[in-house]
Design a binder for this molecule. Sequence first.
Ligand code: GLV
Ligand code: MN
Ligand code: MN
Length: 397
Amino acid sequence: MSLNCDRFLDDLHRLRSFGASGQGKGVVRPAYSAVDIAARRWLAGRMEEAGLTVHLDPIGNCFGLAGEKSLLIGSHSDSQPEGGWLDGALGVVAGLEIARAAKEAGGPPISVVNFQDEEGRFGILTGSDVWTGNVSLAEADQLTDTGGVVLSTARARMSGRAKDFLPYDMFTGFIEMHIEQGPGMDVSGDQVGVVSDIVGIRELRIVINGRQNHAGTTPMALRQDAFQALCDFNQRINQRFAEVATSTTVWTLGHAELSPNASSVVPGTVRFALQWRDGDPALLLALEEIMRAVAAEIAQERGVTVELGTVGGIEPAAMDPHLKAALRQAAEDQAPGKWRDLPSGALHDAANMARVMPTAMLFVPSIGGISHAFDEDTKEEDLVKGLEVLHQAALSL
Ligand code: GLV
Ligand code: MN
Ligand code: MN
């Protein structure tokens, strides 16, 4: 049998039912949660039904293997705390459909992968970070989520079925299909994007400790207010990063927690996360130095302590020329005049995979450029077009 686009869309909608939430087509499926594990079990069952051999590795990456040497296609099925239905899910279900169609057609061997914790509940791209050696399993096991849960505890729920990490040389290469998650193709009207390279990232958790005290009796001049220190820190980061940033540099303070978080208490502690992204490793480092200098200034000027956590990161990654050429040819055949090359500002497991095997990525548009939000969406005709391009490219390889 050949590619079955209805079966692909049905599977994608079925996957959405695990953790379906919010308005529109949103999902809540954080890595290692009960609903994430249920979705992964269902996907593993679909892999088995397709005649693929299911393999779970120690960190929770789940493979559907087609043989001893195959092309690997996939992405991740965990979501952000408030996620869309396609981020990651699209690439896994596309890999499943292409591997299944190839199996039915008697070859070539194509395997599928569903990476664990791509959305960084614990690390940055935890599953592929560990498989590709960016972070050791022992280091990963120490990571905590923002609620204090330790990764070793979270993954224990799956570890009974896990086998070893797979050798990279089982695979001839890796291709990930994904939504763009930005406005580029929605604005240009293109249906398919061939990724040139993926940005690099640095990320860390920071704790500012001031002095918790009474909001009515503590004179302004005597306060060591952790929240005010955070505001000052943020303002200086915005100013100083902007002085060296290029038009594609981005930074985000996306998580912050005040303690005790009560209206009549001068906040004693604030915990937050800061990340920055750029395609130039030297600039990533320069921004880290600025961040460290700002932290030292804030500590000194405001009489607080600023504890910097370990700076984690992934280097910028260029996509493989040979795989890219196959995607470009397929895009030209299937979507003539409606495709383009473009860089990825979002992170993907492909960034890690590029260090260990030839790797490429294919994008389809995001309506309104919205993602990491419940209302993320893509036209079904664009999802199918992307699948067809990926299928042609995979067969040509
Ligand atoms: C991955 O989801 C990212 O943060 O880019
Ligand atoms: Mn993703
Ligand atoms: Mn994501």
